[in-house]
Design a protein around this ligand. Structure first.
Ligand SMILES: Cc1cc2nc3c(=O)[nH]c(=O)nc-3n(C[C@H](O)[C@H](O)[C@H](O)COP(=O)(O)OP(=O)(O)OC[C@H]3O[C@@H](n4cnc5c(N)ncnc54)[C@H](O)[C@@H]3O)c2cc1C
Length: 456
C-alpha cells in the first residue's frame, strides 16, 4: 500500500488539507469533547461532494483510518482519529428551504442552528436536537430526538432523500425511490454506510412556540417523574417536554440564593396554537410548586439554543444511555437516589419521551428499532476539569448501573459512550442482521468503522 502524498491530495480538492506542519492543525484536530486527544495525518475540510469523494478514495487506497466529522459532537470522538484522514464537513453548512414543497436540504456539515435559522423565517421546522451546535447529519443518521419528536417523529422520520458518497467513491442518492436498502440503513445506522453530503427533510408548520424550563425542589422528584410518566403517555402530540436533573446556573430568572442548588427541572415546548400555550403548560404548574421558570412564547430556534451556554466546546464528556419501555416506580427510585448527585452545572440527566409520532413508524420500517420504547434516557456527564474525570465518569457509571435493570438492553446510539460497542446489536434489536447485510453491500471492507460499528 503506497503512502499518501499530502501534496497530491491538495491538488485534487478545493477545500483545505491540514497536516501537522500547518498552522491551524491544533485547532482542526480537536473535537467538541476535550477528553479526545488524537492526531490525524490530515484533516480535509471538504468544500463540496467532489472533495469528499477524493478523501474517501485516498483513505481506502492508502489503507488509512477514516473519520467523518459533521458537527463534531460525537461523545466518543468519532469525528477524529490517529494517523488517518478526517473528512471535516464544517465548510459545507448551507441550508436551502423550498416553501412550495415544505422541504429543506441541508449540507452534511450543517448544525441545527444553521438549519433552524434557515427554516424559521418560513414558519417551518423539523425535529432536531436541543442544542444548536449539534450536527444535523450525525444526529439524524442515528435517530434524532428533540422537542418536536412527539409531533413530527424522529429527525430521520422526516428524511426525504440523502446524497451519499459510499466506500467505493460512488455518489448515490438514497430515497424511497432510489437505493432503498441504503435509505433504510441510513435512517438509524449512523455513519456506517458512507459520507452524507446533503440531507433533504420534510418540514412542518412550527414558528414560535410556548415553553421553557421550570425548576422544582428535589423533594418533588418522585411526584414530578410519576406525573410525567402518566401525563406524557396521553399528552397532545404538540407537547414536547422532558424532565432533567440540573444544577441552577446563575441566570436572572433563578433567585440568586438558589444559584448552584440542584433541582428537578422540566423543559417544555408547546408547538401548537400559541394562545393555548399557557393552558397547555398548566399541568406542569400544578404538579408541584415551581421555584423558578423562564416560560413563555419564543421563536423555536431560541429554545433550541437556550442551553448552548451550559455546554460550550472544550468540556470533558462521558455519557451513558438506555431506552425505557416503562418508567417503573423502581426506576424512579433509582433516579431519586442518583439524580440529585449531579456533580456540576454542565452535567445533566434527561428523560426524553419518544412516543407520539415516533411510535407511528414500524420497528422494521427504518433501522431505528426501538419504536416501542417510551423514553430515551441519557446521563450526560460534562465537566470542565480533566482532574475531575474519575469522579464524574464514576457518577455516570454508577447512575447507569442503577437504572439499567429497569431499562431496555439497547440504547440510543447517539448517546452511547465509546465503551458501549458491545451493546450495538442490542441497540438495533431485530434490525441488526439486515444492517450487517447492507453493510456488506456498501462497505465490505469496513472503511467506515469509526462509529458505533456494524461489522460487515
Ligand atoms: C451537547 C450535545 C447535545 C446533544 N443533543 C442531542 C439531542 O438533543 N438529540 C439527539 O438526538 N442527540 C443529541 N446529541 C447526540 C448527537 O446526536 C450525537 O453526538 C451525534 O453523533 C452528533 O452529530 P455531529 O454531526 O455533531 O457529530 P460528529 O462528531 O461530527 O459525528 C458523529 C458521527 O456521526 C457520523 N456522521 C456525522 N456527520 C456525518 C455525515 N455527514 N455523513 C456520514 N456520517 C456522519 C459519523 O459516524 C461521525 O463519526 C447531543 C450531543 C451533544 C454533545
Amino acid at each position: 500500500m503506497s503512502t499518501l502524498s499530502v501534496e497530491e491530495l491538495r491538488t485534487k480538492v478545493r477545500g483545505d488539507v491540514i497536516s501537522a506542519d500547518d498552522e491551524g492543525y491544533e485547532e482542526a484536530r480537536h473535537v467538541y469533547n476535550a477528553m479526545i486527544d488524537r492526531r490525524p495525518l490530515v484533516i480535509l475540510r471538504a468544500a463540496n461532494a467532489g472533495d469528499v469523494i477524493a478523501g474517501v478514495n485516498a483513505a481506502r487506497d492508502h489503507d488509512l483510518d477514516l473519520a467523518i466529522r459533521g458537527g463534531g459532537h460525537s461523545v466518543p470522538g468519532f469525528g477524529t482519529c490517529d494517523g488517518g484522514i478526517v473528512i471535516d464537513l464544517s465548510g459545507m453548512r448551507g441550508v436551502r428551504v423550498d416553501p412550495a414543497t415544505s422541504t429543506a436540504r441541508a449540507e452534511g456539515g450543517a448544525t441545527w442552528g444553521d438549519f433552524n435559522a434557515a427554516t424559521y423565517p418560513f414558519g417551518l421546522a423539523t425535529t432536531g436536537g436541543i442544542i444548536s451546535t449539534t450536527g444535523v447529519a450525525g444526529l439524524t443518521l442515528g435517530g434524532g430526538i428533540g422537542y418536536l419528536t412527539r409531533g413530527s417523529g424522529l429527525s430521520l422520520d422526516n428524511l426525504v432523500s440523502l446524497d451519499v458518497v459510499t466506500a467505493d467513491g460512488r455518489f448515490l442518492v438514497a430515497s424511497e425511490r432510489e437505493n432503498q436498502d441504503l435509505f433504510w440503513a441510513l435512517r438509524g445506522g449512523g455513519g456506517n454506510f458512507g459520507v452524507v453530503t446533503s440531507l433533504e427533510f420534510r418540514l412542518h408548520p412550527v414558528k414560535d412556540i410556548y415553553g421553557g424550563p421550570m425548576f422544582y425542589e428535589l423533594s418533588e422528584v418522585g411526584n414530578v417523574l410519576r406525573f410525567f410518566r402518566e401525563y406524557i403517555a396521553g399528552a397532545p402530540e404538540q407537547m414536547g417536554a422532558f424532565p432533567a436533573f440540573q444544577i441552577a446556573p446563575p441566570l436572572p430568572f433563578i433567585p440568586e440564593d438558589r444559584h448552584g442548588d440542584t433541582f428537578i427541572a422540566m423543559v417544555a415546548c408547546w408547538a401548537g396554537d400559541l394562545e393555548k400555550g399557557e393552558s397547555a403548560l398548566k399541568p406542569f404548574h400544578e404538579v408541584a410548586p415551581v421555584v423558578a421558570e423562564h416560560v413563555g412564547p419564543m421563536p423555536y430556534p431560541a429554545l433550541n439554543s437556550a442551553f448552548d451556554g451550559l455546554v460550550p466546546p472544550g468540556l470533558q464528556h462521558y455519557w451513558k444511555a438506555s431506552f425505557v419501555n416503562e418508567l417503573t416506580d423502581e426506576a424512579i427510585t433509582a433516579h431519586e437516589a442518583n439524580g440529585p448527585d449531579v456533580p456540576v452545572v454542565n452535567s445533566t440527566v434527561h428523560i426524553y419521551p419518544i412516543n407520539g409520532a415516533a411510535h407511528g413508524v414500524a420497528s422494521d420500517a427504518t433501522a431505528f428499532a426501538y419504536r416501542d420504547a417510551n423514553f430515551a434516557t441519557v446521563i450526560a456527564g460534562m465537566w470542565p476539569e480533566p482532574s475531575d474525570n474519575e469522579a464524574n465518569t464514576a457518577w455516570v457509571r454508577n447512575y447507569y448501573e442503577a437504572i439499567a435493570p429497569h431499562s431496555e438492553e439497547g440504547g440510543y446510539i447517539n448517546f452511547m459512550a465509546g465503551d458501549d460497542q458491545a451493546r450495538i446489536k442490542a441497540n438495533y434489536k431485530g434490525n441488526y442482521e439486515r444492517l450487517a447485510d447492507i453493510k456488506r453491500t456498501y462497505d465490505p471492507g469496513n472503511l467506515f468503522h469509526l462509529n458505533q460499528n456494524i461489522k460487515p
